[in-house]
Design a protein around this ligand. Structure first.
Ligand SMILES: Nc1ncnc2c1ncn2[C@@H]1O[C@H](COP(=O)(O)OP(=O)(O)O)[C@@H](O)[C@H]1O
Ligand SMILES: [Mg+2]
Length: 482
């Protein structure tokens, strides 16, 4: 292999679609989003539980303040121990306020407001969120009876939210890498899962590898994963087409052998005859036979090739064109008239001069016409007439070739068009392939072939009925004989 070819192969392998790469790219964005969403969720949850715990300890602080105040008989002053306890906090400053509803603030390290709803005397600490001087605070308050009758003392303890958020952030920072590792693990599993999953294809590969070259039977679908079925069905369809093609090829070889054996045997016989009897007149007679046999063999070979071409062609090979059947027929008849006159046959055309449009392949349509006109001229008989006509109806265009010869008995009509079929007693030389070619070309154009008698019950009429193109309009329907 040349360096270029090696390089080309490498490039194409790198560019080849990959299931793994495809799956990973499809999963990448959702996985990244899932990672972000799980981060947000973890933070919200962590904050929720952190809040519950911090609220509980804030309420405990409020109760501790209450106990200290109850033990300080004066109620107007906090003992120094109590002050230290309340104010000491390494990271998050705590605030407190002791306020009498009658006498105002008794002690505080921050002007904490009275809660919106004054707590009841025996109620557990009441928790409020508030903003004070641009800071967000959480405050626990409870009420105790004052020294004066009817006075109430509100004890409040508050703290900022910094610690809570910091703790929730710590939990998030701890959890995110774990989630990331889990996601990476999923992607790795996908990577290996694809390899393992693809092993499901091994039995199919084995099945195909074990086939003999000519085995084009459908694949055993029982080992094929359902996802791959569309692919194997396409392969089966390809096998079917290949089978058809191989059959055609085999048939062509058999037909060719069949066609050539007889004239070759004849040629050999004539050669032997000439060698055995060297008199000029018998050599000449042998040569006449040789000439006829070789012409026949040449024609047969041409017919075989035409049939093979017509059989292997399908709609995909040559794009269909709009073919004006009237023009094609008229032009071709123009070419054949001199030859027909020389053999005393009156060849004529009846129908529109143009505008009988069908969709198809002009070369093939001409080939069909050649075979029909060959037959008609061949079998029209001395001083016969051959008429080719085109009738352009709304939906169909009929091309008919008829002659005034002996025709073919009706019992043989159904078999006309079979390869090598010639009605018993066919006189003139021929291969029996002409009508097979016509039939095949008609099939290819969606046309039907109809046999019947010619005008006045004479001869044979072969009609090809095409469906007209929608836009083909009946133009000049003038009948003219050229
Ligand atoms: N117009 C015709 N008139 C009479 N017989 C015909 C006509 N066309 C075809 N046939 C018969 O049908 C046979 C098959 O025709 P064809 O397939 O063209 O093969 P070939 O012409 O090579 O014999 C011919 O041998 C002939 O007997
Ligand atoms: Mg013929």
């Amino acid at each position: 292999m040349s360096d270029n070819a090696v390089a080309a192969r490498k490039v194409s392998a790198a560019q080849a679609p990959s299931l793994r790469r495809r799956l990973l790219t499809i999963l990448a964005i959702p996985m990244a989003l899932a990672w972000l969403a799980s981060g947000a969720l973890i933070y919200v949850l962590a904050l929720h539980y952190v809040n519950i715990n911090y609220d509980r300890s804030l309420a405990d602080s409020a109760r501790a303040l209450e106990r200290m105040i109850r033990s300080d008989a004066g109620l107007r002053e906090l003992s120094p121990q109590a002050r230290i306890l309340m104010e000491y906090d390494s990271s998050d400053p705590s605030y407190y306020a002791v306020r009498s509803l009658h006498h105002g603030m008794l002690a505080s390290n921050l002007e904490l407001p009275v809660p919106d709803s004054v707590p009841a005397l025996t109620a557990p600490p009441q928790l409020d969120s508030l903003k004070l001087g641009g800071r967000s605070l959480r405050m626990a308050s409870l009420a105790i009876a004052g020294a004066d009758a009817n006075d109430t003392i509100i004890l409040s303890v508050a703290e900022t939210l910094h610690e809570r958020h910091a703790l929730a952030r710590d939990i998030l920072v701890g959890a995110l890498p774990i989630v990331l590792v889990l996601i990476a693990l999923v992607l790795v599993l996908v990577w290996f899962g694809v390899s393992r999953g693809l092993r499901l294809l091994d039995p199919l590969a084995d099945q195909i590898a074990a086939r003999r070259a000519r085995d084009l039977s459908p694949l055993d679908q029982s080992v094929v994963p359902v996802e791959i079925r569309p692919l194997t069905q396409t392969i089966d369809a390809l096998f079917a087409r290949l089978r058809e093609l191989l059959d055609l090829q085999e048939r062509f070889i058999a037909d060719a052998a069949h066609q050539l054996r007889t004239p070759l045997a004849g040629l050999r016989l004539q050669a032997e005859r000439a060698l055995a009897d060297p008199r000029p007149e018998s050599v000449r007679d042998a040569l006449i036979h040789v000439e006829r046999l070789s012409a026949g063999a040449g024609r047969a070979a041409g017919q075989l090739l035409a049939l093979a071409r017509a059989q292997t062609s399908n709609e995909n090979d040559s794009p269909d064109c709009v073919v004006d059947l009237a023009r094609l027929t008229r032009d071709y008849i123009g070419e054949r008239v001199p030859g027909a006159l020389a053999t005393h046959v009156d060849l004529g055309y009846e129908g529109p001069t143009q505008g009988a449009e069908v969709s198809g392949d002009a070369v093939m349509l001409r080939e069909a016409l050649v075979n029909l006109i060959d037959n008609a001229l061949n079998y029209a008989g001395e001083n016969g007439t051959v008429t080719v006509s085109i009738t352009n109806e709304v939906h169909t265009i009929a091309l008919a070739v008829e002659d005034s010869g002996a025709g073919v008995a009706q019992e043989w009509w159904p078999r006309m068009g079979e390869r090598f079929f010639r009605p018993p007693g066919s006189r003139r030389g021929g291969s029996g392939l002409g009508l097979a070619i016509v039939r095949r070309i008609a099939d290819r154009h969606g046309a039907v072939v109809v046999f019947d008698r010619g005008r006045d019950g004479l001869g044979l009429r072969v009609t090809l009925r095409f469906s007209a193109l929608a836009r083909a309009e009946t133009q000049s329907q003038r009948s003219s004989r050229v």
